[in-house]
Design a protein around this ligand. Structure first.
Ligand code: FAD
Length: 353
């Protein structure tokens, strides 16, 4: 039997490997990192993501995730708050990815550590060796591999930035069971408490903001704080300076409309939903499941990809629209005024079905 290969053990890849293993096809799951890292991500698990995880027997609460029941929006000095339609959670990517990787291995996936240099139908060239299989599941997420690069807005692309604030009573009082979205011209910051009570502060903003801060991510965060007092108040809960992780040129809004025979594209390699919607992981899990089911039923990669592109079109389109509205000062203000509608409608319309 030829074993399918899943490249990348993030949420999408682990989900696919787990389902392929359950289907009896003994997948090989390759990741570049032996130690599970803490990917740059808001760490907000929407109820759709939670539903997908629970179907796998993975309960975020059992992993120590913090419950999130409210959405709090900020634009300059204006604040608005609304209940979320359903309970969500805050969990670090280290916590989530470790649990999913373990589940995939427990179901029978074979984990291999190697960094892919390039991918082509049937072949992955790794740093350690060459891997061959007629079925490759490309799940390298935020990172492109040579041969399979996604197009990008090169003028002023979106940048992801993350900093973690250590637990404190003040942070708990300020944030509590809310997902906070601090909207400012050119981007937003999402803040949520995660296991152990630390706060994950994750921003998506235009690369020009980093250039304006002289290329210094910490200075860029200070600049955001100078214009946004509520954001500054949260950042002041930690001793400065903290280490800041960044990731460049996120192709928000991109959807893979096609693929080569034998290369199933998953997660962020299938569709990149703007992170403001908090649905990236739900899409990753849904694509991993759909691709594995297609393979097990003998459905080819191009057919799977076209069908997944159709499913992803509405959520990605709605989230892209929201991201562009939220980027403008008047749009951000309007969102705080209509926070109740935003919380319900946006989170429903940006769900993948
Ligand atoms: C700023 C920001 C905030 C976000 N916030 C949220 C949020 O709050 N909630 C939400 O649901 N989504 C959020 N997202 C989206 C979410 O992070 C992604 O949609 C999700 O991580 C996609 O999962 P994935 O499995 O496709 O890829 P990833 O999570 O990126 O995983 C890819 C895996 O592939 C491995 N890999 C990469 N390159 C190679 C290689 N060459 N060889 C071998 N292995 C490789 C990596 O080590 C990793 O394990 C956010 C995204 C950004 C940018």
């Amino acid at each position: 039997m030829t074993r399918p290969i899943v490249l990348g053990a993030g949420p999408a890849g682990s989900m696919a490997a787990l389902m392929l293993a359950e289907g009896g096809s003994e997948p090989i799951l390759i990741d570049r990192d032996a130690e599970v890292g803490d990917a740059i991500c808001g760490g907000f698990l929407s109820w759709r993501t939670v539903e997908g995880l629970r179907q796998l027997g993975c309960d975020p609460a059992a992993l120590g995730a913090m419950p999130v029941t409210r959405l709090r929006l900020f634009a300059k000095r204006r604040t608005a708050e609304a209940a979320l339609p359903e309970k969500a959670y805050g969990l670090s990517r280290h916590g989530l990815d470790s649990a999913l990787r373990q589940l995939a291995i427990a179901k029978g996936a074979r984990l291999e550590i190697d960094r892919a240099r390039s991918v082509a139908p049937g072949i992955i060239e790794g740093e350690r060796r060459r891997w061959e299989s007629p079925a490759i599941f490309l799940a390298t997420g935020k990172h492109d591999v040579r041969g399979e690069r996604r197009p990008r807005d090169m003028v002023n692309p979106a940048l992801g930035v993350r900093v973690r604030l250590p637990p404190s009573a003040e942070l708990e009082r300020l944030i509590g069971a809310a997902i906070e979205l601090h909207l400012f011209p050119g981007g937003y910051a999402g803040i949520v408490l995660q296991e152990g009570g630390s706060a994950n502060v994750c921003l998506a903003l235009r690369k020009s903001a980093l250039a304006d801060a002289g290329g210094d991510p910490w200075e860029m965060l200070q600049a955001v704080g100078r214009e946004n007092p509520h954001f500054a108040c949260r950042m002041a809960c930690a001793e400065a300076p903290l280490s800041v992780d960044t990731i460049g040129a996120i192709p928000y809004g991109w959807i893979a409309q096609e693929t080569e025979e034998g290369v199933y594209r998953l997660g962020d390699q299938a569709a990149v939903i703007p992170s403001l919607a908090g649905e990236g992981m739900a899409i990753a899990l849904a694509s991993g499941k759909a691709a594995a089911q297609s393979y097990l039923k003998g459905v080819g990669a191009p057919q799977y990809q076209r069908s997944f592109a159709k499913r992803a079109a509405r959520p990605v389109g709605v989230a892209s629209l929201l991201w562009h509205i939220a980027e403008t000062p008047s749009g951000a203000l309007a969102m705080t005024l209509a926070s109740r509608i935003c919380a319900g409608l946006a989170m429903r319309l940006s769900r993948i079905h």
